[in-house]
Design a protein around this ligand. Sequence first.
Ligand code: PAF
Length: 284
Amino acid sequence: MELIQDVQVLQQRMLDERAAGKTISFVPTMGFLHQGHLSLLEEGRRRGDVLVLSIFVNPTQFGPNEDFDNYPRALQRDMDLAQTTGVDIIFAPDASAMYPAGSATLVHVSGLTENLCGASRPGHFDGVTTVVNKLFNLVQPHVALFGMKDFQQLAVIRKMVVDLNMPIEIVGMPIVREKDGLAMSSRNTYLSDDLRRQGLSLITAIRTLCRSALAGERNTARLIEQAREIISAQPSAQIDYIQICHDLTLQDMEMVDEHAVVLLAVRFGATRLIDNHYLLQQPA
Ligand code: PAF
C-alpha cells in the first residue's frame, strides 16, 4: 500500500494505471475509518484492479460554526485499517495542495441541494461536489463508492456525474449499523454514553415508522409526527429535520409509496446525527 500526498504524483500514477488497462475503484472519505468505510473498501476491492482511498477533511464543506477543527483525524490508524481491506493507494493531501491560493471554482448542483441538509448547512453541498469533482479528476476512477447514510450526498453526486457526463459508475452501499442500531459515523466518537443512548431514538423512530407504513399508514404528516414524539422525548434532542422525501427528487411527499424515504437529522448536544430508511422496506 502506497501513501501519496502530492496531487501531481497521484494524477500521473493514475494516468499510468489507466494506460496499463487497469480498472480503478475509488472510495473518497474524510478518514477516521469505521466498518461503514471498510464495507465500501471491500466492495471497491471486488470491483477494481486498483483500489484508491482518499482521506481528506475537506474544509469547504464545513460551515463557519461547524466541527472542522475537531473532526477526528488518525492517519496511521486509518492506514492500518485500510491495509486489511487491500487498498493499493491512499491519497491524503493537505488543504493547500487541494486548494492552492487563488482557487476560484465551485461546482453547484441545484434542485437536490436546497432541501434537508442543504437547508440547514448552506454551502455544504457545493463543498462536497467541488472536492469530489477534483478527486475524480485526480483519481480518474471507473467506479466510486459512497455510503447511503449520506443519502442526499449520494443523490447529489449521482446527479453531478450524469449532468457533467463523467464516465464513472457511482455505487451506493447500505448503511452499516452498530449492534444496537446506531448508524456508524466518524462523528459518533463525540457522543458521551448518555448522548449515544439518546441517539438510538433515531433508529427507534425509523423502526416505528417503517412498521406503521408497512401496516398501511400512508399519510406522511402522521408518520412524521410519530417520529417527532419519539425523538423529542429525549432530553438533549434538538430536531433539525424529520422529512419523508422521494428518493430521486428529494422533494417532500404527502403520501408514502415505494420511493418514500424518511430522513432525519438531530442534534444531541453538539453532535449532529443523520439517518434514513426506505419506509416500505423492512426496518434494519
Ligand atoms: O462523505 C464524506 O466523507 C465526504 O463528504 C466526502 C464524500 C469524502 C467529500 O469530502
